[in-house]
Design a binder for this molecule. Structure first.
Ligand code: B12
Length: 212
């Protein structure tokens, strides 16, 4: 059997030194930072599968998360800033109530900022009331909810309902993403868009404000 020497495999195995060496090597070879992020996403998915199969445990998820965060800190300044000057539009993003996973949400934020959006990051475990408060204050074009736990499905619906009840739904676009999200969840909860990846979310946001 041949050994998998990929970056994704190194991250899925929480092999920090191998992850760092691979990233350095790829950056030196001119690989685009966004491609490196995509390989890391795959590694995190595999790490989750190993956790579900009891091949690794919670401390491994935590360590994997820490490695991924340090990768993002390194790559963020390298992701091409395509838009300078005044923000082109505003977005509000958060991980829904009871969900503390923030790596994917932060990638979406990083990419939206890269195309010139001003992004209000509400963080993790964001209650419906907090989303409503931020929408009232910042008047965003788009709101993004991140959900990685199936137990948090109801939090997506509760957030959409709270936004509607506050009279803020008209003219506002709602997108949902994260490992537990799906087109069905988006449809059932009354969102406008489901994004499988951060790139999908950015494409949706771009098209909303007429950016090419
Ligand atoms: C790392 C990790 C953790 C870390 C999180 C660290 C952090 N700071 O985020 C810690 C250790 C805290 C953790 C805790 C738990 N976790 Co966890 N975790 C993961 C893991 C391995 C990786 C998540 C990740 O960062 N992926 C990488 C990012 C880049 O991917 P992503 O978030 O999906 O985001 C991408 C897209 O989805 C998209 N996206 C994300 N958000 C949005 C939003 C919008 C609007 C758009 C358009 C796109 C978008 O963009 C990103 C890039 O393309 C996943 C496995 C998986 N398959 O996701 C399990 C996983 C999500 N966790 C799981 C579980 C069970 C838990 C715990 C309950 C474990 C426990 N027993 O305590 C707790 C729950 C804590 C809580 N209340 O939230 C399960 C969930 C199962 C389920 N069906 O609900 C998973 C799927 C693992 C598994 N296979 O069992 N976890």
């Amino acid at each position: 059997m041949t050994e998998d020497n990929s970056l994704a495999a190194a991250l899925a195995g929480c092999q920090e030194d191998r992850v760092k060496a691979s990233i350095r090597q790829q950056l030196d070879a001119g690989v685009a930072p966004a491609d490196i992020v995509a390989q890391c996403n795959q590694g995190m998915v595999t790490l989750g599968e190993r956790f579900a199969a009891e091949e690794c445990f919670l401390p491994d998820l935590m360590f994997g998360g820490m490695i991924m965060k340090s990768i993002m800190a390194e790559l963020e300044p390298l992701l091409e800033k395509q838009q300078q000057g005044e923000p082109v539009a505003t977005a509000v993003m958060g991980a829904v109530q009871n969900d503390v996973h923030d790596i994917g949400k932060d990638i979406v934020i990083m990419m939206l900022r890269g195309i010139g959006f001003e992004v209000v990051d509400l963080g993790i475990d964001v209650s419906p009331a907090k989303f409503v408060e931020a929408i009232t204050q910042h008047k965003p074009h788009v709101v993004g909810m991140s959900v990685l736990l199936t137990t948090c499905y109801t939090a997506v619906g509760a957030t959409v309902d709270a936004i509607r009840e506050a009279g803020l739904r008209d003219g506002l676009s709602l997108m949902v993403g994260g490992a537990a999200a799906s087109p069905l969840l988006s449809e059932k909860t009354g969102c406008d868009f489901y994004g499988k990846t951060a790139v999908d979310g950015v494409r949706f946001a771009k098209q909303l404000v007429g950016l090419k």
